[in-house]
Every structure is written in C-alpha cells, then in structure tokens.
Design a protein around this ligand. Sequence first.
Ligand code: NAD
Length: 296
Amino acid sequence: MSAHIIDGKAFAEKVRHQVAADVTLLKNNHNIIPGLAVVLVGEDPASQVYVRNKHKQTLEAGMKSFVHTFSAETDQTTLLALVDQLNNDPAVHGILVQLPLPNQIDENAVINAIAPEKDVDGFHVINSGLLATGGEGMVPCTPLGCLLMLKDHFNGNLSGKNAVVIGRSNIVGKPMAQLLLNESCTVTITHSRTADLPAEVRRADIVVAAVGRPEMVQGDWLKEGAVVIDVGINRIPAPERGEGKFRLVGDVNFDEASKTASAITPVPGGVGPMTIACLLRNTVTAACRQAGITLS
Ligand code: NAD
C-alpha cells in the first residue's frame, strides 16, 4: 500500500480563506476587525520565526496584529501588567504568549492571567476544563488542526475508531486525546513510560505522534491501513545538503510508514501549517463570541 498524503499546506490555505471571508463579514456587517496580540519574550530564533509568521498571516487574513516584544530579562510583573492591559483592550480579541518563556517567569501564572475568552492558544485552565467537560471553550491550535484534517479524511465521522496518541503534553497530547474522545473514538494515551509502545500503536486506526523524537515510530508498528498524523518537528543534520545543513523530520519514519498506512501527514507540510491557520480561526471565533455573533 502507498499511503495517501494528507496535504496540510493546502488544507491550511482553505482554512485561511474561510477565516478571511469571515473577517470580511465581521467588518462589513458588524464593524468588527478581529485583533490578535502576540507577546514574545527573549530572542529564541525559532520563536521569532513563529511570531513573524503569525503577524504576517494575521494581516493577510484582514485582521489587526499587535506584536509586543520584550528582552529575555523581563520580569513576570511586567508581563502580567501587559496581559492585564490586553485583557481590557476592546481592539484585542485574542492573546497569545509565545512559549517557552525564560526561567524567571512562571508560564502557568502568565497563561492563567489571560482572559479565558481571549486565550486563543486554549491553554488556560478554564479552557482545558471546558474541553474536558464538553463545554464551549477555546481549543489548542495544533490538536485542533489535527482534528480538522482527521475529520476531513473520515468524512466527519471518527466514531468507534481506535486512536492512539503518543505524548501527553498539555499543548498537544492531552487536548488531542480529549478531542478524539469527544468524537467518540476509543482513545489510548501513550508516553515515555508506556511499557510496549509498538504493541499499543499496532491496535490503532488513528495514530497521532507528538513526541519530539526524530522518526521514532516505525512502519512495522502500524496496523495495515492506519491513518497517521505526525505532529513532531525535529531538526536533524543533513550533510547531503552541504556542511552544517539540517532538514526537518517528524516523529514517524515517513518512508516506511507510508507503505503500511492508508494516509499520513508529511513533515514539513502537514500539521505545521494548520497550527497558524487554526490560531487565526480561533481569533475569529473569539471575536464572534465576545460580540455575541454567530456566523453561519
Ligand atoms: P513535550 O516534550 O512537551 O512532550 C513530549 C511527550 O512525548 C511527553 O509527554 C513524553 O511522555 C512523550 N515521550 C517522550 N519520549 C517518549 C518515548 N520514547 N516514547 C513515548 N513517548 C515519549 O512535546 P510537545 O510540546 O507535545 O511536542 C511534541 C512534538 O510536536 C515536538 O517535536 C514539537 O516540536 C512538535 N510540535 C509541533 C507543533 C506543530 O505546529 N506542528 C506544535 C507543537 C509541537
């Protein structure tokens, strides 16, 4: 079998088009321009790239983008003061604090200071609670992107599928498992202490790998016809591209897995592009909810 490649780049473009259409409606019919504030502390190069991309795509979707940058030495009080200001700013509908934060700052304290209705990353404890109890909160962008691709692939119906999530982080693994459970999958969450990971993965109709270990999931771990969503983004040396060069790979051995899986997301070009598209989507959702508007 040669797996169908789930094209996250093309899917993300569709999501962004829908977001742009919704933004136009909000502007024309309700005089609202959704605004996203992104806060960056420090000079981490990867975070700088993410923030630049978020800024660019927010503007391209017709929304307002507010980027706040601080030095790596910034203290928690200063950051909390900005969050408070953004919470009270009616032009800001979504707030995202780029993680990781420097050691002197308690990430949870900052995340939980964001007004839950503006928490477009969906990491606030209220939003995790709403996700766990089936309420209407903000859903973390990366797992939301994975779910949208899975629902599209299965024509909207994931009911009864055996899903195995590898990784139990608050950012990806746990919310992913919750979303799959809400879709009536039978969900297994695996992690670094799982006794026999290949055996768990072998039972899965759906595998979501969010580990951060290059090409860890092997082709012979998969059940024939499994659908594989690879969240991992790992930089590995690529001497074939020249000295000191790197390339990106996922948590799944793509070449091997494509022989057994029925569908798989590539890295790059799979989950990655969906994450920012879902951030834009969440910002529109937040703006609508704050104004009490339902877009059809
Ligand atoms: P994390 O480090 O917080 O969590 C990793 C999880 O993997 C942990 O729960 C751990 O128990 C589990 N794990 C570690 N070693 C394992 C092993 N040998 N077997 C089974 N489980 C193991 O990472 P994260 O933030 O959840 O991110 C995971 C990966 O996804 C990373 O590569 C990250 O770069 C990527 N990521 C991608 C996007 C995107 O937009 N595509 C977004 C977020 C994270």
